[in-house]
Design a protein around this ligand. Structure first.
Ligand code: S3P
Length: 418
């Protein structure tokens, strides 16, 4: 599908966000490991979370719209066929942690993008835990019991950390993960709420073997990474006001929000509350930004890795030379996001250079509508759509249906706001 986006006069309205993708995956996975029925409201309806649900069904879970009947820690069943993780790295890496600790071998597959993404980052520590694991293709399991290890993460990755925490639930002795860069802690929070022995102290997280997990009862917050597109769009399009109720504002996810506010984006947080241990708030954004360029490097880039494509769009409108670096991981996401955003924004008239680990962007540029490619990457498609709201004329985004991976209804909501 090709989506056409026109320059926006202003954006106004309230947006119902999809349920947080990271938390939705974890609710389904951990709900499946629990004994009995979990209540899970507000799951993401995106294709990635559907992939997780389908894999878990193949492993024996019953999954309904807002409920999961777990198979329990000792009830994982061998699937009859390779598990299809679709486009979802989170599905593949987190399930690998559980399946590596089973007596049987499982194979995990996915679409063309996923089969190209690095899995050695989970295979290596799982081998250290005594598991059988190989890649490509990804095959894990068949050699138990695992034993706990102390593992210092070579790349900042919540997916790898979570895979090891899940393997640690089944391992003899404590499993300790050392993170030099803090990543999202949804797995730790959820496991703790289910009675698992998970301790976080400084840069260390430690988990001990568990015999059972209590079921969940949660309301999944709105996805802050999905909200990031509206925060930037409404901040940049003059006269805009957009309200985003019930957004997850876990401090391991808000570095991007802090950066925007630092750059004069007028974002109000209200009704701060908690849902199943996760902080939630309503956000309201009014058009406003200051003119200084962006400087994002090192650990900060890792803390806002999913928001960097939309940040590149923002940088095209700021005055001066913005540098975004420390983000080589973007090259191994659903697409090579560094190349994809440089290609799309350059076609629209931005002055952008792709570097090995980020971009240099000289602004402000008057963007013009163009034909651009999503490269099958949901965050690239949505970031370029926001660029289209700022550009003269029409922007056509090829392969725009990939927004369904995390945000079904994105283009309908975009129209409603204009
Ligand atoms: C995710 C972690 C991040 C992020 C992805 C979701 C998660 O990936 O980019 O969209 O749910 O744990 P990495 O852990 O590979 O950096």
């Amino acid at each position: 599908m090709t989506a056409t986006v026109r320059k926006a006069e202003r954006l106004e309205g309230e947006v119902t966000l999809p349920g947080d993708k990271s938390i939705s995956h974890r609710a389904l996975i951990l709900g499946s490991l629990a004994d009995g029925w979990s209540r899970v409201h507000g799951l993401s309806t995106g294709a990635d979370v559907q992939s997780t649900a389908n894999c878990l069904r193949a492993l024996g879970a019953v999954i309904e719209e807002s409920a999961v009947r777990g198979f329990g820690l000792d009830g994982v069943r061998k699937a009859g066929a390779p598990l299809d993780c679709g486009n979802s790295g989170t599905t593949m890496r987190l399930l690998a942690g559980i399946l590596a600790a089973q007596e049987f071998v499982s194979e995990l597959t996915g679409d063309e993008s996923l089969t190209r993404r690095p899995m050695d980052r989970v295979v290596k520590p799982l081998l250290e835990m005594g598991a059988h694991a190989q890649w490509p293709p990804l095959r894990v399991g068949g050699h138990v019991p695992l034993h706990g290890i102390e593992y210092e993460m070579p790349v900042a990755s919540a997916q790898v950390k979570s895979a090891l925490l899940l393997a640690g639930l089944f391992a003899e002795g404590p499993t300790t993960i050392i993170e030099t860069v803090r990543t999202r802690d949804h797995t730790e929070l959820m496991l703790r709420s289910m009675g698992a022995d998970v301790r976080s102290e400084g840069d260390r997280v430690e988990i001990r073997q568990a015999t059972m997990l209590k079921p969940l009862d949660i309301e999944i917050p709105g996805d802050l990474s999905a909200a990031s597109f509206w925060l930037v769009a409404a901040g940049l399009v003059p006269g805009s006001t957009v309200v985003l109720p019930g957004v997850g504002v876990n401090p391991t996810r808000t570095a991007f929000l802090d950066l925007l506010r630092h750059h004069g984006f007028d974002i109000h947080k209200s009704r701060e509350r908690h849902s199943a241990g996760e902080p939630v708030a309503d956000l309201e954004v009014h058009a406003s930004y200051s003119d200084d360029p962006l400087e994002v490097a090192g650990d900060t880039a890792a803390e806002m890795i999913d928001e960097l494509p939309i940040l590149a769009v923002a940088a095209t409108q700021l005055t001066g030379r913005s540098h975004i670096s420390g983000a080589a991981e973007l090259r191994v996401k659903e697409s090579d996001r560094i190349a994809a955003m440089a290609e799309g924004l350059a076609a629209m008239g931005a002055n952008i250079t792709a570097n090995a680990d980020g971009w240099t962007i000289e602004g402000p540029s008057r963007l013009r509508g163009a034909q651009v490619r999503s490269l099958g990457d949901h965050r690239v498609a949505m970031a370029l759509a926001v660029a289209g709201l700022l550009a003269d004329g029409e922007t056509e985004i090829e392969g725009a249906e990939c927004v369904n991976i995390s945000y079904p209804g994105f283009f309908d909501q975009l129209e409603d706001l204009c």
